[in-house]
Design a binder for this molecule. Structure first.
Ligand SMILES: *[C@@H]1O[C@H](CO)[C@@H](O)[C@H](O)[C@H]1NC(C)=O
Length: 166
């Protein structure tokens, strides 16, 4: 009787652990990310194809991607944010005052906040993936055609985006 109870408990634990692991990682599809960026994060449609192109070449749309660089720094997450400038490892830090490890889970709200700050300060050229593959507008995906961009609009009023942290 007691043995059975322990078995059930272990089964529940295993299910919980595997469930949370699944929720931690996410690989987006192009149009899925396009929709999320417009609807949930109020991205300007004018530059959206630059963002999508950038993310496709930096992380292949994988929220868990971590890249080790030759100079010992690492790039984290969807936007491959670098641990030597905009975030810090193991603690909050860098110019975004954020923890790099937080950029490699499936919560992309913090990644986006930091990526927007980087883009405002340095432009898209901060990202080598953008510089190499997306600088020429002819290489940008046509989201209007591919993802029906025109039909998408933000789900909330712009004001409420201000309060969204994650
Ligand atoms: C380290 O290398 C990465 C990737 O090449 C680069 O983005 C970053 O700016 C470099 N950091 C420093 C401090 O040299």
């Amino acid at each position: 009787m007691k043995h059975l109870w322990v078995c059930r408990l272990m089964l529940v634990l295993v299910l919980l652990l595997s469930g949370s692991e699944r929720a931690e990682s996410k690989k987006y599809l192009r149009c899925e990310l396009t929709r999320v960026l417009v609807e949930n994060y109020n991205f300007d449609k004018t530059f959206l194809s630059n963002w999508i192109c950038l993310v496709e070449h930096e992380s292949y749309l994988d929220t868990t991607k971590i890249t080790l660089n030759k100079n010992d720094s690492k790039n984290y997450g969807l936007f491959q944010i670098n641990s030597k400038d905009y975030c810090a490892e193991g603690r909050k830090g860098g110019q975004c005052n954020m923890k790099c490890e937080d950029f490699s889970n499936d919560d992309i709200g913090d990644d986006i906040a930091c990526a927007r700050m980087i883009q405002e300060r340095e432009g898209f050229k901060y990202w080598k993936g953008w510089d190499r593959f997306c600088r020429n507008p002819q290489n940008l995906p046509n989201l209007r055609v591919a993802c029906n961009l025109r039909s998408l609009s933000p789900l909330r009023t712009p004001r409420s985006f201000f309060y969204v942290s994650g």
